[in-house]
Ligand binder design. Structure first.
Ligand code: ADP
Length: 163
């Protein structure tokens, strides 16, 4: 049986160790994993789409993960998934509060294309309360985010809040 390709979509504003934990888990299952960063997320992003792609690539290189393509997309996730030949959409689950939204998203995507399955991967316990929003909040007020994001991401945040 062929091992499918998968797409891991999100805002990645910016990528955290929580996202990276999901990438490591997904890499064990899928032959090819593409991170697809949504250009225009619901919330106004801190970083531009070009910055988020670059920061994600740098973070993956820094933690020694290779072979992951990082792309940006606009419009429907399912159209992007089809365009790259993905058989599965990977999403991460933290605390139970993620579940309702992820379930709704998965069922909507299944309605749009029943051939593409959503795979929800459980994060490591220590990242279960970590989000990009928390990292931005802590860093904005000068807190230490070194246990939440790789150094290259921390530096990008420092530059962003300095400018
Ligand atoms: P979105 O705006 O699409 O939710 P995010 O970048 O916030 O984009 O999240 C992308 C995916 O990564 C989501 O499935 C989210 O649940 C997951 N994710 C984010 N942070 C973590 C974490 N700490 N542990 C596991 N999964 C996470």
């Amino acid at each position: 049986m062929p091992i499918p390709r998968a797409i891991y979509p999100g805002s990645f504003d910016p990528i955290t160790y929580g996202h990276i934990d999901i990438v490591r888990r997904a890499k064990k299952i899928f032959s090819r994993l593409v991170i697809a960063i949504v250009a225009n997320p619901n919330k106004e992003p801190l970083f531009s789409i070009a910055e988020r792609v670059r920061i994600t690539e740098e973070a993956l290189a820094e933690v020694g993960i290779c072979g992951i393509e990082v792309i940006s997309y606009d419009g429907l996730l399912i159209d992007c998934a089809k365009a790259i030949g993905a058989a599965a959409v990977v999403r991460g689950l933290r605390a139970g509060s993620d579940f309702d939204y992820e379930f709704q998203l998965a069922l909507t995507n299944r309605d749009l294309d029943s051939d593409i399955e959503t795979v929800l991967l459980m994060t490591a316990g220590r990242y279960s309360f970590l989000s990009s929003s928390i990292v931005k909040e802590v860093k904005r007020y000068g807190g230490d985010v070194s246990s939440f994001v790789p150094k290259s991401v921390e530096e990008a945040l420092t530059r962003k809040f300095a400018g």
